[in-house]
Ligand binder design. Sequence first.
Ligand code: CUK
Ligand code: CUA
Ligand code: CA
Length: 650
Amino acid sequence: MDTTNDKKQPDAGADLPRRRFLNSTAAAGVALGAATLVGCKQEPQAAAPAAGAAPAAPAAAAAHAAGDGGHLKPGQLDEYYGLWSGGHSGEVRVLGLPSGREIKRIPVFNRCALTGWGSTNESKAIIGTKPDGSMKYTVGDTHHVHASYTDGTYNGKYAWVNDKINSRLARIRLDYMVCDKITQLPNIQGFHGVFPDKRDPVDPKINHTTRVFCGSEFSIPLPNTGKDAADPTKYHSLFTCVDAETMAVRWQVLIDGNCDLTATSYDGKLAATNQYNTEMGAKYEDMMSAERDACVFFHVARIEQAVKDGKFKTYGDSKVPVVDGTKAANKDAKTALTGYVPVPKNPHGVNASPDGKYFICAGKLSPTATVIDLAEVLKWFDGGVDDLKKTIAAEVELGLGPLHTAFDGRGNAFTTLFLDSQVVKWNVDKAIAFFKGDKNAKYIVDRLDVQYQPGHLNASMSETKEADGKYLNVGCKFSKDRFLPVGPLHPENEQLIDISGEKMKLLSDHPCWPEPHDFIIVKRNKIKTSQVNKLEEHPLAIKDIKDSRVERKGNKVTVFIGSLAPAFGLRDFKVKKGDEVTIILTNLDKIEDLGHGFAIPNHDVNFIVNPQETASVTFKADKAGVFWCYCTHFCHALHLEMRSRMIVEG
Ligand code: CUK
Ligand code: CUA
Ligand code: CA
């Protein structure tokens, strides 16, 4: 295992930051005049010197995982972050790999009782509210998580995830690993595939992500007024581009057929979506009637020029420009915005090879993978190739039910076979040679049974120029007998595979709460997180615990309250029955991992504030009485004593 990188990493010495943190926690308690930690003599807190004293720094062993089934010893840190979609739980999860340990859940489209996501005013402002202040939507279905790029590899700034149910795109800022923006996509349903661009298609100076592409799976009548349900010619799907920074929708493209997954080229020029329903069928029998569907290519620069030139329409209330990407409107390749490469049959997934040369579509109902040559596609757009069929570099048999493909950076691809319950490793160059007629080219390298019925798979750094070919994770849709039985609802089975050698080696099983689809595996030094918030990020943060106070305007009461272990800035506060109360809680503790919670009995209020974070809730004080507001998040030896009293006068 390569550990050279570890020297540069602040997190490599697992013991050091932990000691520092424990020292300062203990010191904070003392500074506040809290009781000493009696009876904790053996614990590191009690034994530790005061904060600021240099702790001993034993070098932690780096994770030597591959030979050890992915198992890490206590105190060892993982080599990779895994960013996992949570499916119809509506969330995103962070796993450490190779251990498979779940480190964090990031609530996005769901509500979260622990963090208060969906009940704090700050999170509701991101999610969107109805006029009565309640959350606009409370469910979501996340499938695909992808992160922002610089120079063809992850830059650690953002990740994006789709909501298939309510047609929304969410962004996660990776420094705090929280959702910071959500955008509603107009004119579409069944938003499925998502992928950021990797650089600008025209300006070579812009070498990072500025656009996020979104595919819509379901066709709907446009505009969707309920009048045209019986007219199949009115049904359309759109491909959407969202600005990575502002998260505003930039443009959409009307296409024939539907969208599914999304991929982008390394030069920024092309985006693509695979299509399984070119038939525009409403029933599955119709959706699988054609022998070939397609992979649609989008010429990004031409689309943006068409928008600039005003060659677009809008639909209904939406102001988003929609350009025409249908086949009929794009017959001349030299001016075409889109190109449809025919792919057999109901393809599932489109993935970009890390050498930047190919997009690979898996056949799903055809046992094949189709390798599309991107240089040839660009040539077609320039009029140099007369038929898009000729951009197909290979179409080779892999096995039954091929779905998604990952890469090791050494010329090999790994494709899940849903029906065969296998991962197949195949060599792309040999597949191309075989397809061109070299019948001796043995392109299948290895097959591995997985448990069971795999959907997505991904390899470490797979869809970047730094694909490192160490680990492959396979998201198995059925765990069946792999874990202790827990009643009818089973977890899924995430399986970790060592792909560093010629043969794949199954390392471990991890149960995963339903239901992840896609995930990415990011080298840990690509993501730099902050463990403490910035106080000034919230305009209503109080700066000093003494600024805790109650302000009243009519029947609207605002309670500014600080938290500093082990006390809240107000030991009690008074409101009147019928008041609309807003609690604005600022955590003035500055120490890593020292969060506080705030719960109000019988008012359905619970949220947390991380160090230096401010969050607020608004509710009606509709019951007279005394209510002990308490800290829910274990923070201190006097955590249970950390309370305030809300006195509601009748
Ligand atoms: S889809 Cu789930 S297994 Cu939504 Cu990425 Cu292929
Ligand atoms: Cu503050 Cu627990
Ligand atoms: Ca089809």
